[in-house]
Write a protein that binds this ligand. Structure first.
Ligand SMILES: Cc1ncc(COP(=O)(O)O)c(C=O)c1O
Length: 388
């Protein structure tokens, strides 16, 4: 049976977000009347090209860069892959520095490069998920092509010192990429302060549709297109533009900037209420990740003597959507690579649930979640054998 949005409390906004009504409205003309190809010379096409450029300006305003530095891609994964591969090709160097807690879009790509003969330094994080910039400094070698460190972790929300890391890379003459997919709508990105060379975004994490992303490439940074074909995006990313999604991304960027400080503060207040109430109401619970250096919308909590997958299923039956970082491998849940890298043992990592709010989350939704959780945890602890 289909589950409808109005029946759901959606606390999984780091996985994806609802398309904002304003975003949907901005997209509709490009799915109906304005279907011209932006590369066409006649006005019916060139008016769409103008809308693509307007969207580019909005995305550039969100991250404080020049519009020409924004390339539209299909998703965050494509942006991550492109930045790393481009750096390897343009520098001719073969060493990569990254962390053990990146999203799989970076980890799996780097692991594949490692298999094909590239060298990768995998940086560890501390118990609270924090990365010390000095580790990056020590890891850079003469043959380092690129350093790739995320701006905010998708599982814990922990923020990384990307401004300092960018300065280190710049001083050492090494390219720096940051995966900022979890940042828009939750924390400020300012590329006039953070001197990264590449930065990845994904529309569906901030109320734009799925299937649209962006890659910032700083002016003057050598770039090798990874998608060859037509001359779209000034030859940097071939393929006819996804014009409805691009228009939607531009509108979502505008919305993310509107009343940003107030929206972030409200999310933080709701998240903190959810978190402190869970810790107070349910024994054997604790927060994973540095409590202060964190996105305002994310809370990752370990429930002792609980298999998170079971709790998620129970919550789902109550219409509450949350998630775990663990992936199912060969039928058994594998503990999250992020929590494992932070030193959690297997039962603690497998008992971790991520709650991630959006600016659309309401006080009443938090109340309902807090009403449902304690009895569910109690029930599961009563019936489940202790975790191995
Ligand atoms: C930190 C991070 N990077 C990259 C991605 C991949 O983005 P996309 O789903 O647009 O490919 C995600 C999605 O979960 C993410 O959280």
């Amino acid at each position: 049976m289909e589950v409808r949005a109005r029946d759901v409390i959606y606390l999984d906004n780091n996985a994806t977000t609802q398309v904002a009504p304003e975003v949907f409205e901005a997209m509709v003309p490009f799915l109906t009347d304005l279907y011209g190809n932006p590369s066409s010379v006649y006005t019916f096409g060139s008016q769409v090209a103008k809308a693509v450029e307007a969207a580019r300006e909005r995305v550039a305003a969100l991250i404080r860069c020049a519009p020409q530095e924004v390339i539209f891609t299909s998703c965050g994964t494509e942006s991550d892959n492109t930045a790393i591969r481009s750096a390897i090709q343009t520098t001719g160097l073969s060493h990569i520095v990254t962390t053990r807690v990146e999203h799989s879009a970076v980890i799996r790509h780097c692991a594949a490069l490692e298999k094909s003969g590239h060298a990768v330094t995998w940086l560890d994080v501390g118990p609270s998920g924090i990365l010390d910039p000095a580790q990056v400094e020590r890891a850079i070698r003469r043959d380092t092509a690129i350093v790739s460190v995320m701006a905010a972790n998708n599982e814990t929300g922990v923020l990384f010192p990307v401004e300092e890391i960018a300065d280190i890379c710049r001083a050492r003459g090494v390219l720096f990429h940051t995966d900022a997919v979890q940042m828009p709508g939750r924390a400020r990105i300012d590329l006039s302060l953070c001197r990264a060379d590449f930065l990845s975004l994904s529309g569906h994490k901030f109320h734009a549709p799925k299937g649209i992303g962006a890659l910032f490439v700083r002016r003057g940074v050598p770039f090798a297109s990874q998608c060859l074909g037509g001359g779209q995006e000034k030859g940097r990313r071939a393929g006819t533009e996804n014009t409805p999604a691009i228009a939607g991304l531009g509108r979502a960027a505008e919305l993310a900037m509107e009343d940003a400080v107030e929206k972030h503060a409200r999310m933080r207040r709701l998240r903190d209420r959810l978190e402190t109430s869970i810790l107070a109401l349910i024994p054997g619970t604790r927060v994973n990740g540095d409590p202060s250096r964190r996105l305002p919308n994310t809370s990752n909590i370990t429930f002792d003597r609980i298999e998170a997958e079971s709790l998620l299923l129970e919550l789902g039956r109550h219409g509450i959507c949350a998630s775990t970082g663990s992936a199912c491998v060969g039928g058994s849940p594998k503990p999250s690579h992020v929590l494992t890298a932070m030193g959690l043992n297997s039962p603690a990592a497998r008992g971790a649930v991520r709650f991630s709010l959006s600016d659309l989350t309401t006080e009443a939704e938090i109340d309902r979640t807090l009403g449902a959780l304690p009895p569910l945890v109690k029930k599961l602890r009563a019936v489940l054998p202790p975790l191995p």
